[in-house]
Design a protein around this ligand. Structure first.
Ligand code: AMP
Ligand code: MG
Length: 333
């Protein structure tokens, strides 16, 4: 008996019984590669449930899937489930806050540029003008599980769905008693709790000229870190880059000297929508917004090689430089 106990003890020591179990999942979902690292005893079931939840949300938000809620909204249907209602509500709220810089009714514009489907092309001015007739978040109404649209508006949740999904994954992890996880839904990061052995998570902000390198890093816990950048999805024609973040007022890729915006806050859905919106607004308007919303942290990288960050991030930022020739705290500017 003693001998058995001894063997068990030795094997536990050898396998590192003090090590915190880690579960990793790489998932292709919502048109992107997602990865989830979950630490702790229930990590396996928590990660399984998180993966299932991501697939469920993908089915609701995919506008090409005839069974999805978004397809129903875009084709005259009205009844949607609670998750779709929450995302649309969150989207409309950010639209109101940003004077329409964020607008889920850009769907027909995305189609014209070929960003939906991958048939890239520069649309005719007349087609853009015609399509802009239905682009206005005020065309969308949601209440008690029902959506209605005016002016034949069509919606696209590509700028907000992954952020919402990251919040739902956090909810599931909490239900399983998890206190440490790193969620990365194709650039929509959520640093959940702290690192398994304590301490903040380190999240890199990509160098727009070299996505593989971090221009700077942020040490955070319980925070969404979401980047919208003009290097993430684009095509080039005649030496010009046309990217996927559309100014809903012009129907064209936002062209205002911004290369990327990273938003840090405790809500994934807000961080996702706001990173897109602040990109569209451009640096000066974005800084104005950030000044009146101090709970939102942000890093804005501009074409002149500067990186601007909010005061709230000054304690957690480490600068690696890369192509940034100046890194500026906006409150001291
Ligand atoms: P993100 O990468 O989160 O900045 O979102 C970009 C995606 O959101 C695009 O691929 C479109 O599906 C959608 N989108 C583009 N421009 C806007 C906009 N101004 N407001 C809302 N969604 C947008
Ligand atoms: Mg977004």
């Amino acid at each position: 008996m003693k001998k058995i106990l001894f063997v068990v003890l030795i094997s536990l020591l050898l396998t590192g019984c003090g090590r915190i179990p880690e579960e990793n999942r790489d998932i292709f979902c919502m048109d992107t590669i997602m990865s989830i690292k979950v630490y702790g005893r229930n990590g396996g079931t928590a990660a399984d449930d998180a993966e299932e939840e991501l697939k469920r949300l993908e089915k609701l938000f995919d506008r090409g899937d005839v069974g999805s809620d978004v397809y129903a909204v875009n084709n005259g249907g009205a009844e949607i489930c609670a998750d779709t209602e929450s995302v649309i509500q969150a989207a409309l709220e950010v639209s109101r806050e940003t004077d329409g810089a964020f607008d889920i009714t850009v769907a027909p514009i995305m189609d014209l540029w070929g960003f939906y489907g991958g048939n890239y092309q520069i649309p005719e001015e007349a087609s853009l003008k015609a399509a802009l007739g239905s682009v206005d978040y005020k065309n969308v109404f949601v209440k008690n599980g029902m959506v209605s649209v005016m002016n034949n508006a069509k919606i696209d949740l590509g700028g907000i769905g992954k952020g919402y999904a990251s919040d739902k994954v956090c909810e599931i992890l909490t239900e399983h008693g998890i206190t440490s996880a790193m969620i990365n839904l194709g650039g929509n990061v959520y640093a959940f709790g702290e690192k398994p052995n304590g301490g903040k998570w380190r999240v890199g902000v990509a160098d727009p000229d070299n996505g593989g390198e971090s221009l700077l890093t942020l040490d955070v816990s319980d925070a969404a870190v979401v980047t919208s950048g003009n290097y993430q999805r684009y095509f080039e024609s005649g030496g010009v880059r046309y990217h996927h973040i559309i100014d809903p007022h012009t129907g064209k890729p936002a062209d205002n000297g911004v290369r990327s915006v990273t938003v840090v806050c405790n809500s994934g859905v807000r961080a996702d929508a706001l990173s897109t919106a602040l990109f569209v607004m451009g640096k000066d308007k974005a800084v104005g917004f950030l000044e009146s919303n101090p709970e939102i942290g942000a890093v804005i990288i501009t074409e002149d090689g500067k990186a601007w960050y909010t005061e709230s991030l000054s304690d957690c930022i480490t600068i690696n430089h890369g192509t940034a020739n100046e890194v500026i705290n906006v409150s001291k500017y």
